[in-house]
Ligand binder design. Structure first.
Ligand SMILES: NC(=O)C1=CN([C@@H]2O[C@H](COP(=O)(O)OP(=O)(O)OC[C@H]3O[C@@H](n4cnc5c(N)ncnc54)[C@H](OP(=O)(O)O)[C@@H]3O)[C@@H](O)[C@H]2O)C=CC1
Ligand SMILES: CC(=O)N[C@@H](CCC(=O)OP(=O)(O)O)C(=O)O
Length: 311
């Protein structure tokens, strides 16, 4: 039976993975008591015993965990930012292209995508691959996330008025210097030659997010219709159980989008918004930052890897 160790199991992402694996009888979960969560010896022992280790740690601790399994057979899923643009790691977005699920299944090192990049890349990559979105288009990505995206620290800042760094705002814009850690990942896996301008926000709700990519149709290659963009996305994601490309009819009837719509699920919904003939489109992804944006995606990748587990 495969042994799974979640390093960082008591953090925000780790806990949600544990919840998802709780009812599984095909896995053995290795665990460290909360008070020993930073005990390097105990972690190294579990990391080396595991069939698959899922790292739910800050970047530096994730790099350290990878070094701890040197020479062991342990396969790794890293939910941090540390390895997402590293060519030696498979990028853990199985719907990226026709071969990605198989790449993940065969890999011993899988980098789980960031929550915002999951939405942005899901919208951008199929259009670049189809030649519709030029790779040097000046892409902007505007987003709002639930505050659990900032982990235990931001949860405490948002929920505890006694916290010295309490945030009272109902909504705030951040990453103001335009150097967010997710930009390289969006650029690489979106296959963009220019860095996208990324402007994320946080709202006073725990889970859920919307990621917007607005485009001028006249600056795209050979298309001026929402219909063609929608058809390209719908073709790309056909048969993918976790991704829904919402129909143009349904989208046209919407008055607003709620970022919490998919909270508590592992789904990703994509919308093609605008008015046919209006010359512009707003592509929007809706997901749970802790679902398809983190823990749900990690479990999806783990399941793919287990289909290729060598005894
Ligand atoms: N939250 C989200 O929506 C998403 C998070 N991620 C990524 O997942 C990873 C974990 O994030 P998140 O769960 O939000 O963070 P949290 O801060 O909620 O949890 C991190 C956990 O790691 C533990 N930890 C920190 N440093 C060490 C160390 N040196 N050795 C052992 N354990 C350590 C923490 O322990 P302690 O309590 O002592 O600090 C805590 O339990 C990050 O890389 C994050 O970027 C990815 C996608 C989305
Ligand atoms: C709201 C919030 O603070 N979000 C986090 C990103 C959450 C996430 O996806 O972290 P990873 O980079 O590990 O994927 C941020 O902007 O840094």
């Amino acid at each position: 039976m495969a042994k799974i160790f979640i390093d960082g199991e008591h953090g925000t992402t780790g806990l949600q993975i544990r919840q998802r694996l709780g009812g599984r009888d095909d896995l053995e979960l290795l665990s460290i008591p909360v008070e020993r969560r930073r005990d390097a010896g105990a972690r190294a022992e579990m990391l080396r015993e595991a069939t698959i280790a899922i790292l739910c740690l800050p970047d530096d601790a994730a790099r350290e965990a990878v070094s701890m399994v040197d020479g062991a057979k342990t396969r790794i899923i890293d939910t941090s930012t540390a390895h997402r643009v590293d060519d030696a790691w498979a990028y853990g977005f199985p719907e990226l292209d026709a071969d990605q699920a198989e790449r993940i299944a065969r890999s011993d090192r899988v980098a789980n995508p960031g929550c915002y990049p999951t939405g942005a890349i899901a919208l951008i990559r199929p259009l670049v691959a189809a030649g519709i979105l030029p790779d040097d288009y000046p892409v902007t990505v505007n987003a709002v996330s639930g505050y659990t995206g900032g982990g235990k620290q931001m949860i405490a800042q948002m929920e505890d008025p006694a916290n010295p760094d309490h945030i009272a705002a109902p909504f705030f814009l951040y990453a103001l210097p335009l150097k967010h850690k997710h930009v390289p990942e969006m650029q690489k896996h979106g296959r963009l030659s220019r860095k996208p301008i990324f402007t994320p926000n946080v709202g006073r709700f725990p889970q859920g997010m919307l990621v917007n990519v607005p485009l001028y149709l006249s600056d795209l290659n050979g298309t001026s219709s929402l219909g063609e963009i929608h058809a390209t996305l719908a073709d790309h994601y056909e048969g993918q159980p976790n991704v829904e490309v919402v129909s143009l009819d349904e989208s046209a009837g919407l008055a607003r989008l709620d970022p919490t719509e998919l909270a508590g699920t592992d789904k990703l919904k994509l919308f093609v918004l605008g008015t046919e003939g209006g010359g512009q489109v707003n592509l929007v992804a809706s997901l749970d930052n802790l679902g398809k944006g983190a823990s749900g995606a990690a479990v999806q990748n783990m399941d793919l890897m287990l289909t290729r587990q060598v005894a």
